[in-house]
Design a protein around this ligand. Structure first.
Ligand SMILES: Cc1cc2nc3c(=O)[nH]c(=O)nc-3n(C[C@H](O)[C@H](O)[C@H](O)COP(=O)(O)OP(=O)(O)OC[C@H]3O[C@@H](n4cnc5c(N)ncnc54)[C@H](O)[C@@H]3O)c2cc1C
Length: 462
């Protein structure tokens, strides 16, 4: 079967890419291939059993509409957040396309007013404290749909794609690319235990963080130009809402960047979820990662956010992905396949957390998918030192942050270690092969994934 465009991975980048292509050129024959299920069938058994039953293909991570389906859907309206594709395309086109995507959200009934557009006195005070403590506050306007709103939006978009004739092949794991004379000719997938191939002269690879390893494998096999990228490694912390009240109320999310005194490494806050919930990402039986989300209509009394260290390795080391995976495995070895959790008080006291010690705190964890233990047994010293330094600095901006009531869930990792070489149309060194979203190494958020998918689609449909 020959298609005009095949999108591999049905996440944010592909959904918006396919929407752009089919809207501009309704006659195009488009296929979206995804390892997971269709959005409506993406049901996590944990919703009923309250415990992860370790499905072979995790419905939270894999499936049509990607990581965005279960994300908090904070949509950042600025090129500085969510990736750095502007280093390839320039800033203006990224910002213009972000506004264009916000317009599509609006078409589907999501017309949120972004927060963070103007500063009140409280915000000025927070900014001043950041300046005093060498913290960069990346204050960009943000729309927030919530996990429930986000699912509703994607359900509507996917329904429109189906109506317009876009085809989906789900349960289909990309095995290989068909490349002839340095031009892409199609893809090979494994589906229900059999190999199937689909032809096309235009293949858009957007397999997200969950498919980043596969992307790297394909780059190596087909000599697709790439370079080793950075790895983001750290913890997801959970803190009582009252501590974060001023930031949550005024910014919803305050993105902070800090370079540590000790190692000069870059630390940043990421994906803050006021009144949110801790989420568990199961990449495989022994790679279990912490994450977080927040609903629009269901609230906890805790805020969670990631504290991540961006680590770029120097020669001769070129396996950041394997390095981060080994750390995740070490953590999972200590917990028999759960996330590792420790209170900041216990971490500083050099002792493991226990349920009994946790019960003395003011905070109740929003997940039960953890084992209380000692993060120092699994986290490299340099990363842990950076995390501790960042927590102490955060405390100066947000008094109460560095208390014993801060819970640390380990590990949170953003796998985007391959940076595929692309041009301003997202095309790789292989003709007709495009690389978009998180798995390209340029994206880490919904805004940039959608922008990249759209830019690739525009180039293909002209
Ligand atoms: C819990 C959580 C909360 C988040 N919250 C936010 C937020 O509030 N704001 C924000 O901007 N970003 C957020 N993010 C990040 C955001 O979701 C991603 O940056 C975005 O979804 C990336 O889009 P993508 O299309 O590149 O990849 P994804 O959306 O991850 O989609 C990748 C797709 O590829 C498929 N796939 C993977 N491997 C294969 C394979 N081998 N074969 C075939 N298909 C494959 C997957 O099933 C998936 O559908 C969050 C992420 C998570 C996990």
């Amino acid at each position: 079967m020959k298609y005009d465009i095949i999108f591999v991975g049905g996440g944010q980048a592909s959904v918006f890419g396919a929407y752009e292509a089919i809207t501009k050129e309704p006659s195009k024959k488009i296929l979206i291939v995804d390892k997971g299920r269709m959005l409506r069938q993406r049901v996590c058994p944990k919703e009923k059993t309250d415990e992860c039953v370790k499905c072979p293909t995790c419905a939270i991570i894999y499936g049509v509409s990607g990581a965005g389906a279960f994300s908090d859907s904070k949509f950042n309206m600025d090129y500085r957040v969510g990736g750095d594709v502007h280093t390839v395309t320039g800033k203006q086109i990224v910002n213009e396309t972000i506004s264009y995507v916000a317009g599509i959200y609006k078409e589907f009934g999501f017309d949120e007013t972004p927060v963070g557009l103007t500063y009140n006195e409280k915000m000025e005070e927070i900014k001043r404290k950041c300046i005093e403590n060498n913290v960069q506050l990346v204050d960009t306007p943000t729309m927030h749909l919530g996990t429930d709103g986000s699912r509703e939006l994607y359900t509507k978009i996917v329904d429109v794609l189906l109506e317009k004739g876009v085809e989906f092949s789900t349960g289909a794991d990309i095995e290989d690319l068909i490349v002839e004379d340095n031009a892409v000719k199609g893809v090979v997938v494994s589906k229900n235990g059999e190999m199937e191939s689909y032809s096309s002269d235009n293949v858009v690879m957007g397999v997200g963080r969950s498919g980043a390893k596969k992307m790297m494998k394909l780059c190596k096999k087909h000599n697709i130009a790439y370079k080793a990228g950075a790895i983001d490694l750290g913890v997801r912390v959970e803190v009582p809402d009252v501590v974060m009240k001023d930031i949550n109320k005024n910014f919803y999310e305050a993105k902070m960047v800090y370079y540590t005194e000790k190692y000069k490494d870059k630390m940043r806050t990421f994906c803050s979820n006021p009144s949110g919930f801790i989420a568990v990402e199961k990449h495989s039986d022994d790679v279990i990662l912490a994450n977080g989300h927040a609903y629009k209509n269901k609230k906890s009394t805790n805020t969670n956010l990631a504290l991540l260290c961006t680590k770029t390795f120097t020669e001769p080391f070129d396996q950041p992905f394997e390095y981060a995976t080994a750390i995740a495995r070490m953590s999972s070895m200590l917990t028999s396949g759960k996330i590792l959790m420790q209170s900041y008080g216990d971490l500083k006291a050099g002792r493991r957390s226990t349920e009994e010690r946790l019960s003395r705190l003011n905070i109740i964890p929003t997940t039960e998918d953890y084992v209380a233990g000692d993060i120092a047994l699994a986290c490299p010293k340099r990363i842990l030192d950076n995390i501790i330094e960042f927590i102490e600095v955060h405390d100066k901006v947000t008094p109460g942050f560095a208390s014993s009531d801060l819970l640390l869930y380990f590990p949170e990792i953003k796998f985007r270690s391959t940076r595929v070489i692309i041009d301003k149309n997202m095309e790789t060194s292989i003709k007709g092969l495009y690389s978009v979203g998180d798995s390209s190494g340029y994206g880490s958020g919904l805004n940039i994934a959608a922008v990249m998918g759209i830019l690739a689609a525009r180039n293909i449909v002209g």
